[in-house]
Every structure is written in C-alpha cells, then in structure tokens.
Design a protein around this ligand. Structure first.
Ligand SMILES: [Zn+2]
Length: 508
C-alpha cells in the first residue's frame, strides 16, 4: 500500500463519518474536529432536537433553490410544444411551488425562452416563498434557541448588534453558529471584511440610548448595548478560502475588526458622549469550514486583544465524553485560563460577570453547531467556499438567515457600499456569469410605520440604489446579466420582504 492509500485508510478508521464522503477526504489534512477511533461523537451538551429542527429548516429552504435549474431545463425542452405555457406553469407549480411570469413564457415562440430572466425570477420567488413560510417553518427552532431576549437581558444587554463579513458563509451566523435568536433587538449588519460603518453604528447606538434614557425600555437603567464583530477564516484552506476582503489572511481580518471595534467605535462614542458611554464589544472569529468559534475575551475594562482567545473546536474535543456538569466546569476552566494568560494576551483584570455568562453560553451553544456540521455535513462543509444564490443589498431580511444563501452588503447608498458590492459582483462573476447566468440582486430596505412617509422613502431609496447598481456595472446590465428586484419590510411589523416592482426583471 502506498503512503497516500495508507493515510486514507488511517483516516477512514479515525473518522468514519468524514471518510464516508469521498469529496472531503482531500481536505482532511487539517481535521480540527476529527473524532477519535471508537469515541462517541455525541457531546453531552449538544441539543440534538434543536439540531434536527435547524436541519429540517435548512433542507426545506435549500430545496427551493436547488430545484430551479433542473426545472428550467425541463421546461425549456417543451418550449415548442402546443400547450407549452400550461405545461410550464404546471411543472413550476408542482416542482417549485410558484408560477412563472406569464409574459416571459408567452414571448418564447418569437426568439426562444429567456432562461436568464426566468432564472433570476425563480430565485426571487424562492426567496419570497422562504420569507412567507418563515413563521411556520421556523417556529420549532425559534422556541428552542438558547440565547433569546431574556437570556441576553440576564447578561445585561438590551440590544445585540452583530456585524459579520458580507460573505455568504456568515449569513446564518446568528441562529446557527451563535444560536442567538434573531429579533427586533438583535441586528445583523454585514460588511465586506466585517468592516462596519462607524457613523451608522454610532447612530444606531444613540437611537437605542435615547429609548433607554427616556424610560421606554424595561430595566433600561441596568442594561447595555453590545456590538459583536465576526471575522472568518478557513482551517483547511487558510490561504484560499478565508476572508477575500483581507486577502485570506486571518491575522489581518482579526486586527482590522479589532481596530474598528476598539479604536474607532468605542473611541467615537466615548469622545462624543463622554468617557464610559461606549458600549460593550466582543470579537469572534468563525472557521467557516466547521462553524467553530474563536472567542476573544474582554478584560476588566472591556478591552479586547488579538491574542487573548479560546477556540470551541478545542473545547469540543476536550469535553467530549464528559457529563454535562463536568463539561461546563471544564469550559469555565478553559475560559478562565485563556483570560488569565500573560505575554501578548495580557489583559487588565477580568471581564464582568454578565459578559462571562454570555461567553460561556456562546461556547456551549456552539458545541451544538459543531456537532450539526459533523452530523449533517460530514464533519466539514462539502462546499467550503462560495455557493450563494443571490446578493442582498441594503437592510438584512431578518427572516432569512442561512449559510451561503446570499451575499449581504449592508448599505444606504451605492457610493458608500461600493467596495462591498464590488466584492459581491466579483464572487458572482465566478458563480453565475461564467456559466451564462445573470447575477440576481435583491435591493431590500426596512421602514418604520410610525414615521410618516417612511415606506415611500424606503421604496424611493430602493429604486435609487437599484439604478446606481445598474449604472455601476453597465457591461453586465447591457448583456442582461444583472437582474435587480426591490423589496421593503416593516421594521417592527408584519409586512416582510414585499416586492415593490414584481416585474422588475421583465423591465430590463
Ligand atoms: Zn470575509
């Protein structure tokens, strides 16, 4: 047996779950979550029922998108049939759960079916179905997510503002990776490289601060605002599948996010509103191959450090086989050791008890996500790189949070959001344009129904941003390889992702 075969046999023995899938063997050279031979891969702190609910949801949403290409191929083979329109609509209804725009089908006899327009239209319809069905499809896991609003209050936080990278692999970070229940006071604002906008953050913080000081918040006097920045890296392909905005260099990704949290956001608020006004901050790295975390620990002054952290993949291995209470005690020990480290990681005192409670809960909750990837994705995601379906630009669609479903650029104007959009368009150059498929871009903004004309302004902003996107990428637009749609949602109400111009795709 040659060395390569021997290595593969050894790996099969050591990790039967991963070895069963040939596509992951090649990347098992850095098996951060490898399960030892004969060892049970069931951790005592994992919520398996929650994992099942999350996986059912992932499969349901994913299947809406994976069927699109096959269904379109089948429909296109019938385009010269006598009863084509009827047959196409029947196939779409049965296989996709929605109808296709009749105009595109009616025009097919002239110069063939416009599959490119249909493809984008199907992606938007699948997004719409996922949003419409979200209340029913998410009810199970929403009730079981451990880090809900009450828990966050118990840690001392009224608001959690999360800025991951725009990268699609981070777009399930709140419910899946962190197990934080998405809600009106848990905001996700993604930016390329997790380089969030300081002015937007200062203004979001100030708005909540006014509500808190006005007494509009229960327990407001003891609660604080928490900002989390989430950078990412790839353990199996560190130089290739890390963060594109930082040249796949995780040291650079860490330092840049740290700089923004500490030297920019905290300093900005302290200098504007008085020393001590700055919110709490937390820095988290995600290994997007495994969804395991690197949690950086604040010190007694809330200051972070690139070197003071612990990793949950290691926690998982160290606590596998322990009873729940012993595992919890071990995790607390690992966190205390990381916190007390000297040298480069030296901090000034220990974090406050609310932050410690949150950090321990994040570590424990993430063990479930690590096992989710082991059980449902063969130990490591089959596709460790990009695989998004579309770009979302503007505000997050709160009810849609799933890994690699979309690339999300948080922006108000294209002038400010241009670098984030450019990265997204580049990604879709490889994913879609290289295969002759257009880039679907959903421009989505939220409005506040309490503010007069807020909805109309959100729609106007959507149209402005759509026009600016088309102007920024004229080659793609001219070749029909850029399809934008506009949708709006009510921030505190029921209207969610309502498409404003339903025939946007046909217009272009
Ligand atoms: Zn990134």
């Amino acid at each position: 047996m040659n060395t390569r075969k021997r290595l593969q046999a050894l790996r099969r023995e050591a990790n039967p779950v991963a070895a069963a899938a040939p596509q992951v063997v090649a990347i098992l050279d850095h098996p951060a979550c490898m399960i030892g031979s004969g060892q049970s891969c069931e951790h005592a702190l994992v919520d398996r029922d929650l994992n099942r609910l999350l996986f059912d949801y992932e499969r349901t949403v994913r299947s809406r998108f994976t069927r699109i290409v096959d269904v379109l191929k089948r429909i296109s083979t019938h385009q010269h049939d006598e009863n084509f329109i009827e047959r196409a609509q029947q196939l779409a209804r049965e296989q996709l759960g929605f109808e296709l725009p009749p105009q595109v089908l009616e025009d097919a006899w002239v110069c063939g079916l416009d599959l490119s327009a249909l493809h984008s239209r199907c992606i938007f319809s699948a997004l719409k179905s996922s949003v419409e069905n979200a209340p029913a499809e998410q009810v199970g896991w929403r009730q079981r997510l451990p880090l809900d609003e009450n828990f966050l209050h118990s840690c001392g936080y009224h608001t959690v503002d999360i800025s991951p990278c725009s990268d699609g692999r981070l777009q399930g970070v709140s419910p899946y990776v962190l197990r934080i229940l998405p809600g009106p006071n848990v905001r996700v604002k993604a930016y390329a490289g997790a380089l969030f906008d300081i002015e937007v953050d200062v203004s979001d913080w100030a708005r909540r601060e006014v509500e808190r000081l006005a007494g509009a918040m229960v327990d407001g006097e003891r609660l604080n605002y928490l900002k989390i920045a989430v950078y990412h890296f790839s353990s199996s392909s560190p130089g290739g599948q890390g963060c594109a905005a930082h040249g796949s260099n995780d040291r650079q990704a860490t330092e840049a996010a740290l700089q923004r949290l500490q030297n920019e956001l905290r300093t900005a608020i302290d200098q504007t509103f008085g020393l001590g006004a700055a919110p709490d901050v937390l820095l988290i790295g995600v290994d997007t191959d495994l969804d395991a975390l690197r949690i950086h620990l604040p010190d007694g002054f809330g200051e972070l450090n690139a070197h003071r952290y612990f990793e949950t993949a290691q926690v998982y291995r160290d606590t596998l086989g322990l009873a729940p209470e012993a595992a919890r005690a071990r995790i607390a020990g690992i966190v205390a050791d990381a916190e007390g480290m000297g040298g480069w990681g030296q901090g000034n005192g220990r974090m406050h008890e609310g932050m410690r409670r949150l950090v321990l809960a994040l570590a424990e909750a993430n063990l479930s996500q690590i096992e989710y990837v082991i059980k449902h994705h063969t130990g490591r995601y089959k596709i460790i790189g990009h695989d998004e379906e579309c770009i979302v630009a503007g505000d997050a669609v709160r009810s849609l949070q799933l890994r690699n479903l979309f690339y999300f650029a948080r922006l108000d104007t294209i002038e400010e959001g241009a670098p984030d959009m450019d990265v997204g368009i580049k990604i879709f150059g490889n994913l879609n344009v290289a295969h002759g498929l257009p880039v679907p871009v959903l421009v989505h903004f939220e409005y506040d129904a309490r503010i007069p004309e807020s909805r109309a302004r959100a729609i106007a902003r959507g149209r402005r941003v759509r026009d600016a996107i088309e102007a920024r990428y004229p080659d793609l637009a001219a070749r029909g390889l850029l399809n934008c749609a506009i949708a709006v949602s009510e921030r505190f109400g029921d209207e969610s992702c309502v498409f404003v111009v339903d025939d946007a795709v046909d217009d272009h």
